[in-house]
Design a protein around this ligand. Structure first.
Ligand code: 13P
Length: 254
């Protein structure tokens, strides 16, 4: 059985997706100003569009607010117009990068092998890879969730994973941006499977790898989701765009 007594420091990460003009830096500033440099509080991160990485990293410098990218290419540099490498993200001030988000899997045909190579690239550059997995509505309705999630996890993680360089985000595709969430029992069941698989593959580190839940997390449901066993934080889309809502989710870890 999974050891649910393990307490990992929660991570609340905001994924701004393709949202964020320069004026949105005011929201990031408000988040920064509300955070205290206390290891007893959750780690808080914003993943803005690439154009805002540098100014966001500059305003977050010296504060507990961390900055992440939303995707990276597997190569360190080269002729890949429009792409961004993990090394460039790191140079811009990011400490992490989301890889394998379902929107990238759907919009850009990213399969597990590509996601794994991107996670490797993140590690090479010294970034934490936030590796996303999750089933579609059809897969959930067909009773395939655990098999799908288990296979994605196995194939999306490279060798060399540690609790310091990797975070898993379980994001059911049908829960993203829809206001729908799985039942707390269903979230706990999937997170327990992920924990078991991580422990089997990575031993003690597998117990400490943080597993985030993502998909319609908002101030009104954050507390019950974040209290579940093996839920070590949240990956937040829409509700991360307003500092007030995002901070309410950060406070819901207490
Ligand atoms: P929403 O919180 O808007 O549902 O998005 C979740 C997500 O995809 C975060 O990566």
């Amino acid at each position: 059985m999974t050891d649910t007594a393990q307490e990992n420091r929660p991570l609340i990460a905001g994924n701004w997706k393709m949202n964020g003009l320069k004026s949105a830096l005011a929201e990031a500033t408000a988040v920064r100003d509300a955070l205290k440099p206390d290891p007893g509080t959750p780690e808080v991160m914003i993943c803005p569009p690439a154009t805002l990485l540098v100014p966001l990293a500059e305003l977050a410098a010296g504060s507990p607010l961390a900055v992440g990218g939303q995707d990276c290419h597997a190569a360190a540099s080269g002729a890949h117009t429009g792409d961004i490498s993990a090394e460039i993200l790191r140079d811009a001030g990011a400490s992490a990068v989301i890889v394998g988000h379902s929107e990238r899997r759907a919009d850009h045909g990213e399969v597990d092998r590509i996601v794994r190579d991107k996670a490797s690239a993140a590690h090479r550059a010294g970034l934490t890879a936030i590796v996303c997995i999750g089933e579609t509505r059809g897969q959930r309705e067909a009773g395939l969730t655990l098999g799908v999630v288990g296979r994605q996890l196995a194939a999306s993680l490279p060798e060399g994973v540690t609790d310091a360089n990797t975070v898993i985000a379980y994001e059911p595709v049908w829960a993203i941006g829809t206001g729908l969430t799985p039942s707390t029992e269903d979230v706990a069941e999937v997170h327990a499977l992920i924990r078991k698989d991580l422990e089997t593959r990575f031993g003690a580190a597998g117990r400490r790898i943080r597993i985030l839940y993502g998909g319609s997390v908002k101030p009104s449901n954050a507390r019950e989701l974040l209290a579940l066993p093996n839920v070590d934080g949240a990956l937040v889309g829409g509700a991360s765009l307003k500092a007030e809502d995002f901070l309410a989710i950060v406070r819901a870890t207490a």
